[in-house]
Write a protein that binds this ligand. Structure first.
Ligand SMILES: NC(=O)c1ccc[n+]([C@@H]2O[C@H](COP(=O)([O-])OP(=O)(O)OC[C@H]3O[C@@H](n4cnc5c(N)ncnc54)[C@H](O)[C@@H]3O)[C@@H](O)[C@H]2O)c1
Ligand SMILES: N/C(=C\C=C\C=O)C(=O)O
Length: 486
């Protein structure tokens, strides 16, 4: 069935035009490029029933090796079709070709390979028990899947963040219902096609599309959903927590951040400038791990600030496929307005704008898009709203510090706790400072360098739980301990 210009849902192995639509906008020029088919409550019920049936049937009866072989086939087919995935991701997000072909799509496929391998080597535990009164027993555990898992993903790294959850959930034997962001559903539809092509049994993977406040809400509260894994804003996470409370369902949350980069006087200045440029402006600042607060030691502050300003001025903004373009537009008009409101707030709060602060003028269709200038500001107090609230755009505030204990306290002065980056050539200092930062992830002399076996997630308003490696295996399964008297 051809869905010209439509992005259909995918339920129980069938692509479905629901007859109610949400526009999909190209953030480069503001034009409608397609329409996603918004799921109805009846279709969501059908998705939950199909997933439950598959969980108890074809998928539940499949061996780990058979399941994981299929997931490797999904990754293989995604790579075969990567050109289509690249086109779709760029159409929805406007992000640069460089980013999509080096991060978004390769990681989308890698997530399936890594967790398919991991599931084959994940075991239970065994204990031979001898009690004080001489009884003996064998204790062993078996890991069982949760059942039907709702995956709700954001618009900033659409394919990467959806498959970061789908892959381990399926590898552990669960069935999945994916609700991607209504801003970026195209690669999710391609993923459904790939699942269909490689023969993932119907009902194992389902795709329901539409607005989070309507479709997402109905899904998370659904009695037939056994667990929810969510990546998105902290406020949305709070709402979902209330929805799942009734059923006391397992939740895994990757939420917002207000991340610091700390540049010590003994940093390699060139590396630090390049690193903070990447950590602030990658994906137009739309990565939960991005830096929005920079603390630089007084001794190198002026050199660092001039260097970062020059580095920001070299960033090429433009069409996604234009040679040398590092960043494109923000994802939507609404998000552009949100980020611009923080640019204005910073000025109202008395910030000094070192670089940027507005909207680039192209003199063509891009002026109808959602572009924004990379921006560097300074001069605000740590407790200013701009230094406390997540902006999720290409902006950082630079503060100067003198002492190590001072900067640790200031970097921790936030309700979030996701990530931080430390720049220092003194590794004793790095090992001393990193554990004192109240975050889930610390990078030293690098940023966003990822080993998928490591714990990924945050504390405080940045999330609940960890995913990655065995952390994912543990979240997407439940152990049953069995005690046999000997
Ligand atoms: N910690 C991380 O790994 C991580 C990664 C990416 C984005 N984020 C955060 O996500 C935010 C930006 O992404 P966003 O705007 O898509 O977030 P969002 O919370 O608005 O939306 C995320 C997803 O939740 C859905 N949703 C919205 N309201 C819902 C509801 N009431 N019930 C169920 N689902 C609902 C949306 O449709 C979307 O699919 C930022 O705060 C960013 O920090 C965090
Ligand atoms: N979860 C991951 C990245 C999250 C990025 C947030 O925007 C990852 O790299 O696995």
């Amino acid at each position: 069935m051809e869905f010209k210009g439509l992005i259909p849902c995918y339920v129980n192995g069938v692509f479905i035009d629901t007859g109610q639509y949400v526009n999909n906008i190209n953030p480069v020029n503001g034009e409608v490029i397609s329409q996603l088919c918004e799921a109805t409550p009846a279709l969501i019920d059908k998705a939950v029933n199909s997933a439950t049936f598959a969980f108890k049937g074809a998928w539940g009866e499949m061996s780990v090796n058979q399941r994981c072989d299929l997931l490797h086939k999904v990754a293989e087919r995604m790579i075969e079709r990567q050109a289509e995935f690249i086109e779709a991701e760029i159409a929805d997000t406007g992000k640069s070709l460089f980013q999509v072909e080096t991060i978004d799509i390769p990681r989308g496929a890698a997530n399936f390979n890594v967790f398919a391998d991991m599931a084959k080597f994940t075991s239970g535990e065994t204990f031979l028990t001898e009690t004080p009164n001489g009884e003996k027993a064998l204790n062993y555990s078996v890991n069982k899947p949760l059942g039907v898992v709702a995956v709700i993903s954001p618009w900033n790294l659409p394919l990467l963040l959806a498959t970061w959850k789908i892959a381990p959930a399926l590898a552990c034997g669960n069935c999945v219902i994916l609700k991607p962001s209504e801003e970026t559903s195209s690669t999710a539809m391609l993923l459904a096609q790939v699942m269909d092509e490689v023969g993932v049994p119907k009902g194992v993977f389902n795709l329901i599309l539409g607005r989070g406040s309507i479709v997402g809400d109905y899904l998370t509260a659904h009695r037939g959903v056994d667990a929810v894994t969510f990546t998105g804003a902290s406020a949305t996470g709070q709402h979902i927590m209330r929805s799942v409370a009734q059923g006391v369902k397992p939740i895994s949350f990757e939420l917002g951040g207000k991340n610091s980069a700390i540049v010590f006087s003994d940093a390699d200045l060139k590396k630090a400038i390049a690193g903070v440029t990447r950590s602030t402006f990658t994906n137009c600042g739309q990565v939960c791990l991005c830096t929005e607060k920079v603390y630089v030691h007084r001794d190198i502050a002026q050199a660092f600030i001039q260097g970062l300003k020059h580095s920001a001025s070299q960033i090429k903004i433009g069409y996604p496929k234009e040679a040398g373009v590092f960043i494109g537009p923000l994802v939507s008009k609404a998000h552009q307005e949100k980020v611009l409101s923080y640019y204005q707030l910073a000025k109202d709060e008395g910030a000094e704008v070192i670089y940027g602060g507005g909207v680039p003028h192209f003199g063509d269709e891009r002026d109808n898009g959602c572009y924004i200038e990379p921006t560097i500001i300074t001069g605000l107090d740590d407790n200013a709203r701009v230094n406390q609230e997540e902006i999720f755009g290409p902006i950082c505030h630079i503060s100067i510090f003198d002492e190590e204990d001072e900067v640790i306290r200031r970097a921790n002065n936030t309700e979030y706790g996701l990530a931080a980056a430390i720049w220092t050539e003194n590794l004793s200092r790095a090992h001393r400072v990193a554990p004192k930062l109240d975050v889930g992830i610390v990078w030293v002399n690098t940023w966003f360098l990822r080993d998928l076996r490591t714990a990924f997630g945050g504390v405080k308003l940045s999330g609940i739980g960890r995913e990655g490696g065995q952390h994912s295996m543990r979240f997407y399964s439940e152990p049953t301990n069995i005690c046999i008297k000997i």
